[in-house]
Design a protein around this ligand. Structure first.
Ligand code: MP5
Length: 201
């Protein structure tokens, strides 16, 4: 299977994501608020770029099955962006602040990957969502009941989101593993790790 091969090539980096201080501190309830604020603003910019990426990827989806799965992901971004906007308003954060160069690079890479064609684009989408699912599922499994991050935890670790990531995996598994897919997957994993480093203290 293509997804299994991609993931088995990234075991060390995946561990670093799951054990990342930001992830661990969110679970433990010890995350500094300044780190959460930084994440919220950076990730809001990322999700809006991601929405543009997903829209472009749907336009090159090869069939109805793929289009349907991706359309579900696009629809979920409406309540997701509201989650960011509500939290930012509560915390008095300016969501129009300039993003980091890393975020600009990651966001630009998403849309650039679409130009490499469907197999690379769907692999990038799967990698982005799988990395967030696994990180937030780890928070879900280790956090106490009085967490203030419940909305965000549920957003990326709910049974619905888990099923969506599995469906993306099915779409990737229709593709043959090529060096281009391995490179795309590796780039996303490196961007994900660097993104957590960027927002952590
Ligand atoms: C996602 C995200 C998941 N929000 N931020 C990063 C840095 N990586 C992955 O994407 P989405 O669109 O929120 O499901």
């Amino acid at each position: 299977e293509t997804t299994r091969a991609l993931l088995s090539g990234q075991e060390t980096a995946w561990r670093l994501i799951l054990d990342h201080p930001f992830v661990a501190q969110t679970s433990a309830g010890t995350l500094p608020l300044s780190a959460f604020d930084r994440w919220l603003a950076e990730d809001h910019y990322f999700v809006r770029s991601f929405r543009a990426f997903l829209t472009e990827l749907i336009a090159i989806a090869p069939d109805e099955q793929a289009r349907e799965v991706l359309a579900g992901g696009l629809a979920a971004l409406v309540p997701e962006l509201e989650l960011f906007e509500t939290a930012a308003a509560e915390r008095g954060l300016d969501l129009s602040a300039e993003p980091s160069l890393l975020n600009l690079g990651y966001s630009s890479y998403l849309t650039a990957s679409v130009r490499e064609g469907w197999p690379v684009g769907i692999t990038v989408l799967y990698a982005v969502e799988k990395a967030y699912y696994d990180a937030w599922a780890s928070v879900r499994d280790t956090t106490g009941p009085d967490t203030q991050y419940a909305g965000f935890i549920a957003n990326w670790s709910s049974p619905d989101f888990s099923a969506y990531v599995d469906q993306l995996g099915v779409l990737v598994d229709r593709e043959e593993l090529t060096p281009a897919l391995t490179r795309a997957f590796d780039r996303v994993v490196r961007f994900e790790l660097a993104f957590w480093d960027l927002v952590a203290e």
